[in-house]
Design a protein around this ligand. Structure first.
Ligand code: SF4
Length: 413
């Protein structure tokens, strides 16, 4: 792989992440046996629509033959479409003549099961990203309920998934209380057990909405990690994807062997951006404390076991007034600074809410994403750093490129 170019699979992944896939009957049929997408395919007025409905279910994740994982994004304008079927196999075909075999991440049997109190396992707080099980039984984020002086909520500006709405009811999550409801724990444990028994899971990631008291959030994650370990019979690696936590909570998580990795998501580099993009994190934890907590985690868990997810591309929202070159340079600088603190950033492509009317917006976003990933890959190579497969693999990183790039480098070497 050259310094100036992504490896072939990663290049194709970027293409498909940006261009998406247009509807075809084969894509619709695949949804019957594939892991379901959270977003249905919405037909654009005038688009050929053999389904006869406004929106239809589509698969969530597809894999290339080398295992590269890609999110399926429905897009009427895409040059890509899916052909084939389950028996002969699926292919992704482009209007330019390219045709490649793909597979869809299958719908596991446990997702159609029920817990012993008759609750659907699909809603019990266990989800899959490829070979990663994601556990979330307290999804409501308290930042949504706090207000800035101008009346705006303190949620992260990109976040659509943390609203404390109907979803938190069946987990019996109570705002301001760290405790997890025993019914939610029991359903999660039964579901995780069924998922682990079915196979294919290689690592576990704990997440949840944030609390305004970071110490209480730590107590909640300690309880969650303990509950997961009770059913983690094969001792798969477990990562704590909470907000930054105080030292005493880190000591418990580490000293009691509750988790193997820490992932405190800083989301963006620079305090100015952090304050604007993550006002809740800034108010209730603060940028400096967040960085210190990452360092404290690295001193306990060791280098290679501390991560920070970053929202790659939010810098290009119009209000931040940055060119893609400036944003990529800032991102690469942030990667260096985080690595210097013992934390490894991982960059997930941000899908914009604003600025989309700008004709060149997506082209700038793509340039930025490629430049950031190439710059960051160079730094990892120089320092001999790789994303640990115990934390994230190319079989779970559906919106990130690091694992694909690292894997291509290892294969090339
Ligand atoms: S901390 Fe931010 S990203 Fe996480 S759930 Fe709350 S608003 Fe969403």
């Amino acid at each position: 792989m050259s310094d100036a170019e992504l490896p072939a699979s990663a290049r194709l992944k970027v293409e498909l992440m940006f261009e998406g896939v247009r509807y075809s009957p084969a894509l619709g049929a695949a949804s019957e046996h594939a892991f379901p997408n959270f977003y249905p395919y919405r037909f654009r007025p005038g688009e050929p629509n053999p389904s006869g409905r406004d929106k239809v279910a589509i698969p969530y994740l597809m894999t290339l033959r080398d295992g590269t994982l890609i999110r399926v994004k429905g897009s009427a304008d895409s040059p890509w479409r899916v052909e084939g079927d389950r028996t002969v196999g699926y292919r992704i075909e482009s209007d330019d003549g390219r045709s490649l075999p793909i597979a869809f991440e299958p719908l596991p049997a446990w997702m159609q099961g029920k817990t012993d109190d008759g609750f659907p396992m699909a809603q019990a707080g266990v989800s899959l990203h490829g070979d990663m099980a994601v556990i979330n039984i307290a999804p409501g984020c308290e930042y949504f309920l706090s207000r800035a002086q101008d009346g705006d909520s303190l949620r992260c500006t990109f976040c659509a998934y943390g609203a404390p709405n109907e979803r938190i009811k069946h987990f019996e999550q109570r705002i301001g209380e760290a405790g997890l409801a025993s019914i939610a724990v029991s359903r999660m444990q039964q579901t995780l057990t069924a998922a682990l028994d079915e196979g294919g899971i290689r690592h576990i990631y704990l997440v949840g909405g944030s609390m305004t008291d970071w110490d209480q959030e730590g107590a909640r994650f300690i309880a969650l990690a303990g509950a997961v370990q009770q059913v983690n019979d094969h001792r798969l690696p477990v990562a704590c994807g909470s907000g930054a936590l105080p030292e005493a909570r880190l000591d418990r998580l580490h000293g009691d062997g509750l988790v193997d990795q820490i992932c405190f998501n800083l989301e963006v580099w620079s305090e100015a951006l952090f304050a604007r993009v993550c006002p809740g994190k800034q108010r209730y934890v603060g940028y400096d404390r967040w960085l210190r907590a990452l360092e404290q985690a690295a001193s306990r868990f060791g280098r290679g076991n501390v991560y920070s997810a970053m929202v790659a591309g939010i810098e290009l929202e119009p209000e931040h007034e940055m060119t893609w070159e400036q944003a990529a340079a800032l991102g690469v600088d942030g990667a260096v600074q985080l690595l210097n603190r013992g934390a490894i950033p991982v960059y997930s492509l941000y899908w914009p809410t604003g600025g989309r009317d700008h004709p060149d917006y997506f082209s700038r976003l793509q340039h930025y994403f490629e430049a950031l990933n190439l710059g960051y890959a160079r730094i990892r190579r120089e320092r001999g750093i790789r994303i640990s497969e115990r934390f994230l693999t190319h079989r779970s990183a559906y919106m990130q490129l690091e694992c694909d790039i690292d894997r291509a480098e290892v294969a090339g070497a």
